[in-house]
Design a binder for this molecule. Structure first.
Ligand SMILES: [Zn+2]
Length: 228
């Protein structure tokens, strides 16, 4: 049986939410315990899966020998202390060399996150250009790129302002998944919705988009707090 916290509320339906603190059940005021427990039992497989995902949440930790994830690859961190100069991150083979004067781990971590932002700016700009080129026949305006760490979305498109916002955390995934999100957003310049026309167009330009969406949705969960 699942361990859960029950809250009675003036709601019409029973809802279950799983987060890092546990399983939260919200039930209508007069629903019987039997019905509540039956419902939870029915959802057990889903709850266990969600809990496993929470256990697997990753966070960037700056320490010698710890992993650093970048564009679908895992590097091993090696810290080198400098007497002076700016923090530098160099990926070489499967090692992430971090050069810095900063002795304090939390501050060093923020500097490495700043490096991720710089890298994202470089990589996302390049991929946006390449994807935009590939879709040249569609005459999509050249959008302005914004990068933000977002909780629930991979990208946001604002066709009216010719603006595309990408989630900074996409820098953790392999490049094709980044391309998938970029193409998804660019095609919103043609169809703003997720209609059949939109998806037909998507399949035409990126036949494997469903596979990429699944990979991204399945793997992204663990990275939600990685760069926070
Ligand atoms: Zn969309």
């Amino acid at each position: 049986m699942v361990d859960y916290q029950l809250e009675r509320k003036a709601v019409r339906q029973l809802t279950i939410r799983v987060d890092e603190h546990g399983v939260h059940v919200k039930a209508p005021l007069f629903m019987s315990m039997k019905r509540i427990e039956d419902f939870i039992n029915q959802k057990e497989a889903w709850i266990v899966k969600k809990q496993a995902l929470f256990g697997a949440m990753k966070r960037l930790v700056i320490s010698d020998g710890a992993p650093l994830e970048y564009m679908g690859q895992i590097y091993t961190i090696q810290i080198h202390y400098l007497e002076r100069g700016r923090t530098k991150v160099v990926l070489d083979g499967d090692v992430a060399h971090i050069w810095s004067v900063e002795r304090e781990r939390d501050k060093l971590r923020l500097q490495v996150i700043a490096w991720y932002r710089k890298e994202a700016r470089r990589v996302f700009t390049e991929r946006l250009q390449i994807c935009h080129q590939k879709l040249a026949a569609l005459n999509i305006p050249n959008p302005e790129l914004h990068i933000r760490l977002m909780k629930t979305r991979f990208g946001v498109c604002n066709p009216g302002r010719a603006k595309v916002t990408l989630n900074l955390a996409l820098i953790l995934h392999r490049q094709i998944l980044l391309d998938y999100v970029i193409v998804h957003e660019l095609l919103h310049f043609i169809y703003a919705d997720h209609s059949k026309n939109y998806y037909d167009l998507f399949s035409q330009w990126m036949p494997n988009w469903k596979m990429y969406r699944k990979e991204l949705q399945d793997s992204h969960y663990q990275y939600k707090s990685y760069l926070e």
